[in-house]
Design a protein around this ligand. Structure first.
Ligand code: SAH
Length: 213
C-alpha cells in the first residue's frame, strides 16, 4: 500500500472514532481525495484530521467536522443543497456525492474560480460555484432542501432561513468569530424553526460583502 493510501485509510478510522458513522457520508469522504484540495507546504498533512490554510487567508475545514456537518444534514439523493463558503471546494465535492445538485458561493472570486477548475478536473458536474455574498443566499435558485454554512455567523442569516424549504435542514456555526462557536442544526416546519445545538466548533467568520480578490 502506498503512503497516501495508508494515510487515507487512517483518516477514515479517525472519522469513525470521532462519530462519523453514516455509511453514505463515509463512502463520500473515501471517494473524494482531500490531497487535491490542499496546496504547497501543507499538502503532506492533507490526510490529518485538522483544518489547514488555503489561499486568501481562509481554511479548509477539519475532515471530522466536514463529516459531522454532512451527517447532520441527512442529505437525500434528490436534494438541492446550498453551501455558503466554497473555500477549497472540498466540502462541496463531498456534498456532490450525496445530493442531486449543489450550489456553493464564496466572497473571494479567486477561491471560487480555483474550486471550479479543480472540480471540473475531477469530473464533478453537479456543482455550480459562484462568486457571491452568501449572506443573501441564492434567491434565484431557492428554495433549498439543505443549506450548509461553513463560516461562522453571529446568528443564522435571515435570508438563508427564508430560502430553506419546508421540512428542510440548515447547519450553521454561530457565535462571535474569535471565540468558540456552536454548530446549530435548524429544521424548518412551516413557519416554525427548531434549533438544535450539535457541538462546539471554530470557523473563520462569515464576512459581509464581496472580497477584492
Ligand atoms: N467549505 C470550505 C471551507 C470554508 S472556509 C472548504 O471545504 O474548503 C470559509 C469560507 O467562507 C472562506 O472561503 C470565505 O471566503 C467564505 N466566506 C466568508 N464569508 C462569506 C460570505 N458572506 N459569503 C460567501 N462566502 C463567505
Amino acid at each position: 500500500m502506498t503512503f497516501d493510501a495508508q494515510a487515507r485509510m487512517q483518516l477514515l478510522f479517525a472519522l469513525r472514532s470521532k462519530g462519523v458513522t453514516d455509511t453514505r457520508v463515509l463512502a463520500a469522504m473515501e471517494a473524494v481525495d482531500r490531497g487535491r484540495f490542499v496546496r504547497g507546504i501543507f499538502q503532506g498533512r492533507a490526510y490529518e484530521d485538522m483544518p489547514l490554510p488555503i489561499e486568501c487567508g481562509q481554511t479548509i475545514s477539519q475532515p471530522s467536522v466536514v463529516g459531522l456537518m454532512t451527517q447532520a444534514l441527512n442529505i437525500r439523493p434528490r436534494d438541492k443543497v446550498l453551501e455558503i463558503g466554497t473555500g477549497s471546494g472540498y466540502q462541496a465535492a463531498i456534498l456532490s456525492q450525496l445530493a442531486r445538485r449543489v450550489y456553493t458561493v464564496d466572497r473571494h472570486k479567486r477561491l471560487a474560480r480555483a474550486a471550479r477548475e479543480l472540480l471540473e478536473s475531477m469530473d464533478i458536474t453537479n456543482v455550480t460555484i459562484l462568486p457571491a455574498d452568501g449572506g443573501h443566499g441564492l434567491p434565484e435558485q431557492a428554495p433549498f432542501d439543505r443549506i450548509l454554512v461553513t463560516a461562522a455567523a453571529e446568528d443564522p442569516p435571515p435570508a438563508l432561513l427564508a430560502q430553506l424549504r419546508d421540512g428542510g435542514i440548515m447547519v450553521v456555526p454561530v457565535g462571535q468569530s474569535d471565540h468558540v462557536q456552536t454548530l446549530l442544526k435548524v429544521t424548518r416546519q412551516g413557519d416554525d424553526y427548531d434549533y438544535d445545538d450539535l457541538r462546539s466548533v471554530r470557523f473563520v467568520p462569515l464576512v459581509e460583502g464581496m472580497a477584492t480578490d
